[in-house]
Design a protein around this ligand. Structure first.
Ligand SMILES: Nc1ncnc2c1ncn2[C@@H]1O[C@H](COP(=O)(O)OP(=O)(O)O)[C@@H](O)[C@H]1O
Ligand SMILES: [Mg+2]
Ligand SMILES: [Zn+2]
Length: 449
């Protein structure tokens, strides 16, 4: 007789182990390991198969394979279409995550309204708010339409029954953490629940060919409950970024089975909802009030150049020096500081250094290194930089400054916004109105400050 397979799963993070543990070795939480039943293990295998699309079939020469014909339709929002890779794909399952209050419900209710107005039958399921509350929001967003159906429900069975009873062409689930399946005994929001529900939603999305958008809240530690479970199962994963003080919200793609994850959607929050942001010019800096410690640069968000401000605060340390950054990689900051210390002989080891990127932007490319260095030097010397000058360049471990991709696009954006000077590692090949100063080594930056 085959030995019974046992499997334990952490209800907080989804980590699995053949042995029971008091403390999860993956997320370090206590008493979260639960033994899965034989049914659940079977379900798990089924999920894994359908997620990877594996089924027994024979290999074919690529020349005989017919390509998938992906027909998309517009969500009515230019920015959402952009992050999705050109629009909504029928039968796809999309996860939209973000911290509470960032605008997930607002955006999807608006999209639901857009589609309803184009005579598509839309279902908005909410386990968080009553239909009356949602109606109030819909009034404000101008999303009222007879084709938009509201269902205030937390039982998965009831939601499934509704989906099966009417032919909807777009469905929103707000949120995955509030839905509950009777099939599993664990609490709403737990890994087992989230997986069961996501699997059922995926099955229905694929079989009825309906696009389904799932909203997921991000917990304190920055992850959606059972992140691995959810992210691996859905077709597309989008996360909201941005700080609650600014009206701008960024929607970034982390996974997309139907397109690239390069693009970022930019929205602005106002009374009438979360709308496509109009222009990025001048949104992330204040040219008239550039103080010491601020340096400007141009980052690329997907295909779009955006001028942003890097702020640094360098202050004498009392005790162990602190280094901390918001919107910029901390390890990279440490590397840049070590480099400044070594190449410019600055005694930064006795200073606290803080970095902040304005507007809640997270820098994901090394092209802003030079601006970070310029901001640090400016704060250290307490001397403000010219508000006409932008800094562009990747700094290597040897202190060499390297070229950045998309230079001509970035320079063009600077021109459009009326900047006149740039400090860059190499003269650009294309013609430009911007006066370019070359700094190909960290030690040369000082000459232009
Ligand atoms: N009446 C209102 N007028 C303007 N803004 C509002 C109003 N009600 C809510 N908001 C804004 O919408 C945000 C809530 O968005 P919501 O879509 O509910 O977030 P999420 O679903 O991500 O938790 C709030 O942070 C608030 O700024
Ligand atoms: Mg909400
Ligand atoms: Zn865990």
């Amino acid at each position: 007789m085959a030995k019974k397979k046992t499997l334990f799963e952490c209800q907080a993070c989804g980590f699995q182990s053949p042995r029971w543990m008091g403390k999860c070795t993956s997320c370090n939480q206590w008493d979260t390991m639960v033994e899965l039943t034989a049914d659940q293990i079977r379900f798990l295998n089924e999920t894994a198969k359908s997620a990877t699309g594996i089924h027994s079939s024979k290999a074919k020469p690529i020349t005989q394979v017919e390509e998938d014909n992906i027909v998309r339709f517009s969500s009515g929002s230019r920015e959402l279409d952009l992050v999705l890779g050109g629009g909504i794909v029928p039968g796809s399952l999309t996860l939209i995550g973000g911290s509470p209050g960032i605008g997930k419900s607002t955006l999807l209710l608006k999209i639901a309204g857009n589609l309803a107005k184009q005579r598509q039958k839309v279902l908005y399921v909410s386990g968080e708010e009553s239909s009356g509350q949602i109606k109030l929001r819909a009034n404000r967003l101008d999303a009222n339409d007879a084709n938009l159906y509201l269902l205030s429900e937390i039982s998965l069975n009831a939601v499934m029954a509704e989906i099966n009873s009417t032919s909807y062409s777009f469905i929103v689930i707000d949120s995955i953490q509030t839905l509950y399946s009777d099939e599993t005994p664990s609490a709403p929001g737990s890994v087992t629940q989230v997986r069961t529900i996501t699997f059922e939603l995926m099955r229905i999305a694929k079989s009825l060919h309906i696009p389904i958008f799932i909203i997921g809240h991000i917990t304190k530690d920055g992850s959606i409950a059972g992140p691995r479970v959810l992210e691996h199962m859905v077709d597309t994963v989008l996360y909201f970024e941005g700080d609650s003080n600014s009206e701008l919200r960024l929607l970034r793609g982390f996974k997309n089975r139907f397109g690239s994850t390069n693009e970022v959607g930019i929205f602005e929050m106002n009374r009438s909802g979360l709308n496509d942001a109009k222009s990025m010019a001048g949104r992330f800096f204040n040219k008239d009030k550039l103080q010491s410690g601020s340096a400007l640069t141009v980052i690329m968000e997907g295909s779009r150049p955006i001028v942003i401000e890097v702020q640094a605060l360098v202050a004498e340390a009392y005790g162990h020096p602190k280094r901390s950054s918001t919107g910029f990689d901390n390890n990279r900051l440490n590397m840049l500081l070590a480099l400044l210390e070594k190449k410019l002989d600055l005694p930064l080891g006795t200073y606290d250094v803080f970095i902040n990127i304005s507007g809640g932007i997270k820098i994901t490319e090394p092209a802003a290194d030079l601006a970070v260095i310029a901001a640090i030097l400016s704060s250290y010397r307490d001397r403000e930089l010219s508000a006409e000058t932008l800094f562009l360049g990747e700094v290597s471990l040897t202190g060499e400054i390297r070229e950045v991709p998309g230079l001509s696009q970035r320079l063009k954006e600077m021109e459009t916004q009326g900047f006149t000077k740039a400090v860059i590692p190499k003269k650009p090949l294309d013609e430009t109105q911007i006066k370019c100063f070359v700094a190909d080594e960290v030690s040369k930056v000082l000459e232009w400050m």
